[in-house]
Design a protein around this ligand. Structure first.
Ligand code: SF4
Length: 49
């Protein structure tokens, strides 16, 4: 997988502001058609314990 920079440091996959997950899934965020990045979301997010 290519490098994915992510600033969501509270995700358990985040390592030094990079995503360390083997794959991620991004979905629409409550809309049928996204018009901007704010209408997408990372569903692979898992909070750190
Ligand atoms: S799984 Fe999603 S939220 Fe978590 S580090 Fe990767 S890109 Fe960021």
């Amino acid at each position: 997988m290519g490098s994915i920079k992510c600033t969501v440091h509270e995700c358990q996959y985040n390592k030094d502001v990079m995503c360390d997950a083997p794959m991620i899934q991004i979905n629409h965020n409550g809309v049928r058609r996204a018009n901007g990045s704010e209408e997408t979301q990372c569903d692979t997010f898992k909070p750190k314990r």
